[in-house]
Design a protein around this ligand. Structure first.
Ligand code: PEP
Length: 259
């Protein structure tokens, strides 16, 4: 089984003292795990990236942002470029989260441009994809996710190398209604198969698979972690609410370590 990755999405929560406390707890209890078989990534609001660098540099724990601008510089009020992220040694950036695509009307094309920009600067994208409840009810979940991936695939399947795709059904986010193990396994497997088959079709290599991770996100907690992360197609989890509690987040990382 490949090394699991546990990603915290802290959204727009916290303060300096909150992050100092959270980072100190995660660092002190997770050091032994982070260097062995679970990768831990803390995706935090921009103003606290400097703190993450201060706490986590050389600890084996990674950090990153929850968005990035598609442009590198210019008159874009309120935006933050990838080079600003790398100034704080960010290794990851979440893009395409449904909370952003809904509230800020982000298009798939926009997300694809951000993905490319991150790759150009060696920041690993954590691309969120997933369907609404109505789309799942209509049996369209694979079609929807495929369309989200296709815009990025227009840059070639190799662009997905070393990136993370988070399957986050929109109905499962913040709802206490996590996907069933079967739903999570099926979609994570579909995503991998689709990207690999596109790679082959475009003549990109014989048998070599593109090294990427596909994780599940949506109401993951300390009770369902073992069940969801034991699935072989699920390479990790994206954690929202439970990352706000150091205790719960650490418990989830420990459970991932047991698998
Ligand atoms: C998220 O918003 O990315 C998420 C997974 O949230 P939660 O864990 O709270 O459902």
């Amino acid at each position: 089984m490949s090394k699991k990755i546990i990603i915290a999405n802290l959204k727009m929560h916290g303060s300096s003292s909150f992050y100092e406390d959270l980072f100190a707890q995660v660092k002190s209890t997770q050091k032994h795990i982070a260097v062995s078989d679970v990768e831990i990534v803390m995706c935090i609001p921009y103003p606290y990236l400097f703190l993450a660098e201060k706490f986590f540099a050389h600890s084996g724990i990674s950090w990153g942002s929850q968005n990035v601008a598609k442009d590198l510089a210019g008159p874009f009020t309120g935006e933050v470029s990838v080079t600003m992220l790398t100034d704080f040694a960010s290794q990851y950036a979440i893009i395409g989260h449904s909370e952003r695509s809904t509230a800020y009307c982000e298009s798939d094309l926009n997300i694809a441009e951000k993905f490319k920009r991150l790759k150009e600067h060696n920041v690993r994208p954590i691309l969120c994809v997933g369907e609404t409840f109505i789309e799942r009810e209509a049996g369209m979940e694979k079609k929807v996710v495929q369309a989200q991936l296709e815009t990025i695939l227009s840059n070639g399947s190799e662009i997905f190398a070393d990136s993370v795709i988070a399957y986050e059904p929109i109905w499962a986010i913040g709802s206490d209604m996590a996907a069933s193990p079967e739903q999570a396994q099926n979609m994570c497997s579909f995503i991998k198969d689709f990207i690999h088959s596109e790679g082959k079709q475009s003549g990109n290599n014989d048998q070599k698979k593109i090294p990427l991770k596909v994780v599940y996100g949506g109401s993951v907690n300390e009770k369902n972690t073992l069940q969801l992360l034991s699935l072989d197609e699920v390479d990790g989890a994206l954690i929202g609410r439970c990352s706000l509690s150091a205790d719960k987040f650490i418990q989830i990382c420990n459970l991932a370590h047991q698998i």
